[in-house]
Design a protein around this ligand. Structure first.
Ligand SMILES: [Zn+2]
Length: 268
């Protein structure tokens, strides 16, 4: 069975991870086709903060909700500031950040949740969305991390937050959604010097006179060091910048583009 697979419902396409799907978890990572946004956001832009027509984004979010089968009013979204703040999403917070960014959870890049029926959403175009699920303790988590979040340890901080809720690392299933890969992510000294020394040789690669950063591999190494078992950890094989037919890429688009969304929920 493939570790990740792309599905279609209506006009919406989304990717799912095998070990979350087999657990019966509602989740997905939306692709860029099938929405109503116009270029350069065409077409299923899920980000309200990128300069797109907000009505179009709200329509796209409704399409995604219908495709995956969740009520839009149950969604919780963080502001996403490239930090490592993690919020506990409760039913009282349902709806925050979904129709408007103004009430997204402030300063928040990570969400954890123990209540069925709450839908966690994060968005990205090259940055990584990290999915978490503990089927024993019944906890979920969703985080956004670009290079800043990754070098600051967003993955291990999410695991720590789940452990505080009573989860055990050996039970946690994690997935790293399609993100920019080492094939395309050229970086400078400012990034390289922030990458933890212990992993630098494994995730910074030199090609000709340039350096390339393996952002998903750093996060895989961090999660394994935090106790996530290799068999419970899926790293997507897709690079967002290599596949403009499937994904938005901030790098590949030169900045102005839409966002994919990661979504996860324990069913109600
Ligand atoms: Zn690439």
């Amino acid at each position: 069975m493939p570790k990740e697979e792309i599905y279609q419902a209506g006009s919406v396409r989304y990717l799912q991870f095998h070990h979350l799907q087999s657990a019966g978890l509602l989740h997905g990572f939306t692709l860029r086709q099938g929405g109503v946004s116009r270029p350069p956001y065409a077409s299923l832009n899920m980000g309200l903060h990128v300069g797109d027509d907000e009505q179009a984004v709200r329509a796209n979010r409704r399409l995604a909700a219908a495709a995956l089968g969740y009520p839009a009013a149950s969604v919780v979204v963080g502001e996403q500031v490239h930090g490592t703040l993690i919020a506990h999403a409760t039913p009282e917070l349902a709806g925050r950040g979904h129709a408007s960014m103004t009430d997204a959870l402030p300063g928040t890049d990570g969400l954890i949740c123990t209540d069925p029926g709450v839908v966690l959403m994060a968005h990205a175009a090259d940055c990584t969305i990290l999915f978490f699920f503990d089927p024993v303790k019944r906890c979920i988590g969703l985080a956004h991390a670009g290079w800043r979040g990754a070098v600051a340890g967003m993955g291990p901080l999410m695991v720590e937050a789940l452990l505080k809720l009573g989860c055990r690392p050996q039970n946690i299933r994690a997935a790293l959604a399609p993100t920019i890969g080492p094939c395309c992510y050229q970086v400078g000294e400012n990034v390289i010097e922030q990458v933890p020394q212990e992993w630098r040789a494994q995730v910074i690669h030199r090609a000709a006179a340039a350096y390339y950063f393996d952002l998903p591999e750093l996060q895989r190494l961090q999660l394994q060091a935090a106790g996530i078992k290799a068999e419970n950890l899926i790293k997507s094989d897709f690079c967002t910048a290599c596949r403009p037919d499937l994904f938005y890429s901030y790098r590949a688009a030169g900045g102005q583009t839409g966002r994919m969304a990661g979504l996860i929920s324990m069913k109600w």
